[in-house]
Ligand binder design. Structure first.
Ligand code: INI
Length: 159
């Protein structure tokens, strides 16, 4: 029988940093609401959820590096909405942010969670921010909690 280790979705005693971009704020506010709701429901205390607002998704990179590198958080959650529309910005920004979020996690050793929507249309973004297809902010928060509780030490003691 395989031995399986996985993190519990328990936020008690955790301090969580969230970075939220203001661009497309009709969407990102809903992602933030979803993330905070998930954290509360899983036991994170109100004063241990710290939100850093930045102008756009591109600036999430800087915020993620700063929060993850501060040593104050158990996990960092990045929330934003990049909508293709007709701008070539989409490809530049989404590629850059995705790399930076991953790098912030690697460099800090912390769970740095990617809660950004990258969609073709505003309608698709609305659907993924609490209307029809769940809320990406809620999902990102749940992933953060699971990752803060990964029982790596269990594996170390297995044959
Ligand atoms: N920022 C977003 O968060 N989403 C977008 O869809 C977007 N588009 O399409 O341009 C966007 N641009 C702003 C960018 O993130 C920076 O804030 C700006 O370029 C200043 O550095």
């Amino acid at each position: 029988m395989a031995r399986i280790a996985e993190g519990k979705m328990d936020g008690s005693g955790k301090r969580i940093g969230l970075i939220v971009s203001r661009f497309n704020n009709a969407i990102t506010d809903r992602l933030l609401e979803g993330a905070l709701d998930c954290l509360r429901r899983h036991g994170v205390e109100e004063n241990r959820m710290h939100v850093l607002r930045v102008p756009g998704a591109f600036e999430i990179a800087h915020g993620a590096r700063k929060l993850a590198g501060s040593g104050r958080y158990d996990a960092v959650i990045c929330l934003g909405a990049i909508i293709r529309g007709s701008t070539p910005h989409f490809d530049y920004i989404s590629g850059e942010v995705t790399r930076a979020v991953g790098r912030a996690g690697e460099e800090s050793g912390l769970p740095v969670i990617y809660g950004l929507l990258t969609t073709d249309t505003i309608e698709q973004a609305v659907e993924r921010s609490g209307v029809k297809l769940g809320n990406k902010g809620w999902e990102a928060a749940l992933a953060a909690l699971e990752m803060t509780n990964l029982p790596i030490e269990d594996l170390a003691s297995w044959d």
